[in-house]
Design a protein around this ligand. Structure first.
Ligand code: AHG
Ligand code: MN
Ligand code: MN
Length: 334
């Protein structure tokens, strides 16, 4: 019988190589995993436990909240606030920083998350996910301010996502490559199933919401036109296209078989630089993609180098197979 490596074992063994590691990070990750297993269970039970559908409320981005947006946000908070590892949390679904309640000790990390990514898919039973990012608090054991969170993506200590698909997976990086784990529901543990994930450098598959085509900037127009022209066009090869509308599912596909994903800058709403959020979506996913050998850019600059200006800031995102991202970035520079 094959006895697999659990996520806990993997993290403890990885931390052993880090001088000065106290075990606190491992403990934080354990709580996070408990939250993710709880979310996986709620998403999986769906209508059986009455969690489908929308609420009347909107989040700070002006998006209608699904019941599960609010429930999953609550699950993340409850499992991560008590243990004393965090100085604060920030979420796509909360206007302000979530302060750790006074009855609990403060810690040295900051947790940032999108509790339910792709939530427009939840009622139609298509894959959704959770995205998270862990930063070091500038001052340990002190309640974090919004400014404390505004660190460029290169400062992330860890980033990961859970994908609630045909199986539940957790994919994460601490800056030493990317590893994927699959939840064994009977055992209740994530087991290492996808060690050292690598994105193929080249691709023939692109993902973009083409209904926004008339709003795209010329470099993206050019890139997509050239993909559509196929073998007879300047790229000299046929492309395939996918759009799940769950970033987690798109990034997971790219980690598995390559590809490029774009939610570019467009002119739909001049007040917004893009749709996706720098802190909750773009930074963690960019860290994972780069650690898997891919690239991630706004078209004009590397996402991980950006100095965030606000917790809920939006950015254009172009990520995936390295050579393909370079083609699109090259068109922006031309
Ligand atoms: P969220 O559900 O957290 O608001 O994020 C949805 C995001 C992202 O996952 C996806 O790639 C994109 O929005 C889909 O946007 P469109 O509906 O414009 O296709
Ligand atoms: Mn999202
Ligand atoms: Mn969300």
């Amino acid at each position: 019988m094959h006895i697999g490596t659990t996520l806990t074992q993997f993290i403890i063994e990885e931390q052993r190589h880090i001088a000065g590691a106290t075990g606190e990070f491992t403990a934080l990750l354990n709580d996070l995993v408990t939250a993710i297993k709880t979310i996986s269970n709620a998403v999986n039970k769906g209508a059986l436990i009455g969690v489908m559908g929308a609420l009347e409320s909107q989040n700070v981005q002006g998006e209608t909240q699904k019941k599960l947006d609010v429930i999953t946000n609550e699950i993340m908070i409850r499992h991560n606030e008590w243990a004393g590892h965090l100085a604060g949390m920030a979420s796509e679904e909360m206007d302000e920083v979530y302060p750790i309640p006074n009855k609990y000790p403060l810690g040295k990390y900051l947790l940032v998350f999108d509790p339910l990514d792709g939530s427009s898919n939840v009622d139609i039973n298509i894959s959704v996910g959770t995205i998270f990012s862990i930063l070091r608090a500038p001052v340990a054991n002190r309640a974090a301010s919004a400014e404390d969170f505004l660190q460029p993506g290169v400062k992330q200590v860890c980033a990961g996502y859970a994908l609630y698909g045909s199986s539940t997976m957790l994919v994460l990086t601490t800056g030493h490559g990317v590893n994927g784990f699959t939840l064994d529901r009977e055992v209740g543990e994530f087991l290492l199933t996808h060690p050292a994930m690598k994105i193929p450098e080249e691709t023939r598959e692109f993902a973009i919401n083409a209904s926004n085509r008339r709003f795209w900037e010329p470099p993206v127009q050019r890139y997509v036109e050239e993909c559509l022209a196929g073998k007879e066009g300047p790229r000299g090869k046929d492309f395939n296209m996918r759009w799940v509308a769950s970033m987690v599912a798109e990034v997971h596909r790219i980690l598995t078989r390559g590809g490029i994903f774009m939610y570019p800058r467009d002119t739909k709403d001049p007040a917004k630089a893009g749709k996706l959020r720098l802190m909750y979506e773009a930074n963690p996913m960019s860290f994972i993609v780069e650690q898997a050998g891919g690239a991630s850019s706004t078209g004009y600059e590397r996402i991980l180098d950006m100095q965030p200006e606000g917790l809920h800031q939006r950015v254009p995102v172009i990520l995936g197979s390295k050579k393909e991202v370079e083609v699109v970035v090259g068109y922006h520079a031309a």
